[in-house]
Design a protein around this ligand. Structure first.
Ligand SMILES: Cc1ncc(COP(=O)(O)O)c(C=O)c1O
Length: 307
C-alpha cells in the first residue's frame, strides 16, 4: 500500500477481474467491453454519468439518481433512448449477469455516441447514444473511517453555472481532475475547492460539510454537484433536530471546525483528518458518528420499503 488514499478506496476483490459489462444492450466480459475511438465520450467528454450503490438487492435512491441523470441529459439535449424503467431493467440484467445483490457500485454512463468525423459538432454524432453500465463488487476500506481523508485547498475553483454548470455530472471532469492533481502535489489526498468568491464549496469528488459547536454547515449548493447523499444528510439533520445551515463560509471557519466530513454515494460519510496540514478538531467525531448512524438506518428503511 502506498501512503496515498482516495475517498473511493475499496477492498481488493478479485471477482472484479471477471465482471460482465452492459454495452448498448449486450452483456460482455470487461476485457471485451470496448467503445469506438470516434465515441463522443472518448473524443470530447460528451456524456453524462451516475454513480449508484446496491444494498441488499435495492439500488439506493434510484429515483433521485434518475431525476439527476434525466435532468442532466435534457440539459445537454442528449436523448437517452429509453425511460427510467428501461434503465432499471438494464441495471437488473447487469446485476443478474454478475450474480450481484449487495456491496456493489454502479457507474452508468451515456454518451452522445459515435461521431462521423473527429470534430466537436454534436450533429456529427449520428449513431445514437452509447450506454455502458459497469458494476463492481465494492466495499469502502475501513481504514478511512478512523484515519480520515487529508484535504488541501487548491487554486482551481468551481465554475459559474453559465460556463459549465457544476451540477452536470458530465464525462468531462477536467475541472475536478486538475483540482485533485493540485491537492496531490500539495501532499494531500483530495482537493477542497472554493467557489468564485473564495468561499469553501466542495471537494473534487464529494460534497463537504463541517461541524462547529454542534451545528452542521455546508455550502449554499450553488457551485457544487447536487449530491444525492448531500441532500439526504441535510434532510436527516432537519428531521432529527441537528442544526443545519447551507451558507457561505471561508477556510478560516473550516480550519477551526470541530469535525468535517465528505458525502457521496460510494463512501456515504467520510471523515476529514486535516485541511492544508491543519488537523480538524481533536479526532473525536460525535456529530459525524450520529449522522452516519442515521444514514445507515435510512438505507435500511429504504431497502425494507423497496424490497
Ligand atoms: C463532483 C461530485 N461531487 C459530489 C458527488 C456526490 O454525489 P452523490 O452523493 O449523488 O453520490 C459526486 C458524485 O457523482 C461528484 O461527482
Amino acid at each position: 500500500m502506498t501512503d496515498h488514499q482516495t475517498t473511493h478506496d475499496a477492498d481488493e476483490d478479485i471477482r472484479n477481474r471477471d465482471i460482465r459489462i452492459f454495452l448498448n444492450g449486450d452483456i460482455v466480459h470487461r476485457d471485451d467491453a470496448r467503445v469506438s475511438v470516434y465515441d463522443s465520450g472518448f473524443m470530447l467528454g460528451d456524456g453524462i454519468w451516475e454513480g449508484m450503490r446496491l444494498y441488499d438487492g435495492v439500488w439506493a435512491f434510484f429515483d433521485e439518481h434518475m431525476d439527476r441523470f434525466f435532468g442532466s441529459c435534457k440539459a445537454i439535449s442528449l436523448e437517452v433512448g429509453m425511460d427510467r424503467a428501461g434503465i432499471a431493467e438494464a441495471m437488473r440484467q447487469t446485476a443478474r449477469a454478475n450474480g450481484m445483490t449487495g456491496d456493489v457500485h454502479c457507474r452508468l454512463m451515456l454518451t452522445r455516441g459515435i461521431k462521423d468525423k473527429p470534430f466537436q459538432h454534436p450533429a456529427l454524432s449520428t449513431s445514437g447514444p452509447t450506454l455502458v453500465i459497469i458494476m463492481e463488487h465494492s466495499r469502502p476500506v475501513n481504514r478511512l473511517q478512523s484515519a480520515g481523508i487529508r484535504l488541501a485547498s487548491v487554486p482551481q475553483v468551481r465554475g459559474l453555472p453559465h460556463s459549465q454548470d457544476p451540477k452536470l455530472n458530465s464525462h468531462s471532469k477536467l475541472n475536478c481532475i486538475i483540482a485533485c492533481l493540485q491537492a496531490e502535489a500539495a501532499g494531500a489526498d483530495e482537493a477542497l475547492m472554493l467557489d468564485p468568491h473564495g468561499f469553501v464549496n466542495t471537494t473534487n469528488a464529494c460534497n463537504f460539510f463541517i461541524v462547529r459547536a454542534g451545528e452542521v454547515w455546508t455550502s449554499t449548493g450553488d457551485y457544487c454537484m447536487n449530491g444525492v447523499t448531500r441532500q439526504k444528510v441535510i434532510d436527516l439533520c432537519r428531521a432529527n433536530g441537528i442544526p443545519i445551515h447551507e451558507k457561505n463560509y471561508s477556510l478560516y471557519e473550516a480550519y477551526s471546525a470541530d469535525e468535517a466530513f465528505l458525502t457521496g454515494t460510494f463512501g456515504a460519510q467520510t471523515p476529514v483528518a486535516s485541511i492544508d496540514g491543519k488537523p480538524i478538531g481533536d479526532g473525536s467525531r460525535p456529530v459525524t458518528a450520529q449522522i452516519q448512524a442515521l444514514y445507515k438506518a435510512l438505507i435500511a428503511q429504504h431497502v425494507k420499503d423497496n424490497a
